[in-house]
Design a protein around this ligand. Structure first.
Ligand SMILES: Nc1ncnc2c1ncn2[C@@H]1O[C@H](COP(=O)(O)OP(=O)(O)OP(=O)(O)O)[C@@H](O)[C@H]1O
Ligand SMILES: Cc1ncc(COP(=O)(O)O)c(N)n1
Length: 269
């Protein structure tokens, strides 16, 4: 069985972070492993508390996983401090990890900051160069490239600028657009394709980025090309957004059991 390691924060409400990743990986029929970087107390309305995990314990989780059940792909999500970022990069290099999907999580849908301001430079220096695919949303792309990213032309320039720092692909996600849900993919050879999609009219978007990035990691683990993995993942997120699940009082979670249009587990209705 193929395995995917998620290196990310825990979301107590179950919609984003490690919890979204495990649900996604299981929906793809793969085996999920985890290295938790932070515990968050949050729900669909906001983040109430964050406790970072000791960097040595993050390193120990990664080592324990690689030395026993070596993952076929790795997804990196919320990493809030420069020390933890450095340790993750160092351990992934030591284990010669491949198929690394980096979701450069900065701010939660609810508006709370999930990375220290001083840690952004470390993310760019240590994690961006390791990524097979990096998946910023528009505000994150703006931080990574240093200029405003508001229209198609700027999205294109931003993706190309971010691609300068990596041998991998860059996917700029369009969830923050008002008109469409178009994403732009720039592949390592510099070719560029728009993944066009109509917007789904819903407030329930908590964890879309986490779900997308772990789904891309699943596709890579299964041997998909980057483009195939990204297209499948976008379809998976779309399905999981479309079932009308409406939990919580804020931006609710996705329905990960949607699973490519088929009921997933025996108890899925
Ligand atoms: N309303 C929507 N309708 C259709 N697709 C959407 C919608 N919102 C987001 N998506 C898709 O979901 C994926 C994740 O994009 P998004 O920009 O929301 O990421 P994100 O901001 O990192 O997510 P989050 O921070 O909520 O976890 C993208 O493929 C995007 O196009
Ligand atoms: C632990 C953790 N990781 C990532 C996110 C981002 O997801 P979203 O922007 O949908 O809130 C989050 N809220 N919590």
């Amino acid at each position: 069985m193929k395995t995917v390691l998620s290196i990310a924060g825990s979301d107590s409400s179950g919609g984003a972070g490690i919890q979204a990743d495990i649900k996604t990986i299981e929906s793809y029929g793969l085996f999920a492993e985890t290295a938790i970087t932070a515990i968050t107390a949050q729900n669909t309305c906001g983040v109430r508390a964050v406790q970072d995990i000791d960097p040595a314990v993050v390193a120990a989780q990664i080592d324990a996983v690689f030395e026993d059940i070596r993952p076929d792909a790795v997804k990196i999500g919320m990493v809030s401090s420069a020390n933890i970022i450095a340790v993750i990069a160092e351990r992934l290099r030591a284990h010669e990890a491949s198929n690394i999907v980096l979701d450069p999580v900065m701010v939660a849908t609810s508006g709370s900051r999930l990375i220290a301001e001083q840690a952004v430079a470390a993310l760019i220096e240590h994690l961006v160069p390791l990524a097979t695919v990096i998946t910023p949303n528009m505000p994150e792309a703006q931080v990574l490239c240093g200029f405003p990213v508001e229209d198609d032309e700027a999205i294109q320039r931003a993706a190309q600028a971010i691609a300068q720092n990596t041998n991998g692909a860059v996917l700029i996600k369009g969830g923050h657009r008002s008109d469409t849900a178009d994403d732009l993919l720039v592949l390592p050879d510099g070719s560029l394709s728009w993944l066009r999609a109509k917007r789904i009219d819903t407030e329930n978007t908590h964890g879309t980025g986490c779900t997308l990035s772990s789904a891309i990691a699943c596709g890579l683990a299964q041997g998909n090309t980057i483009e195939q993995a990204v297209r499948r993942a976008k379809g998976f997120v779309r399905g999981a957004m479309s079932t009308g699940l409406n939990l919580g009082q804020g931006n609710g979670p996705l329905n990960h059991m949607w699973c490519h249009g088929k009921p997933h587990l025996p108890y899925a209705q």
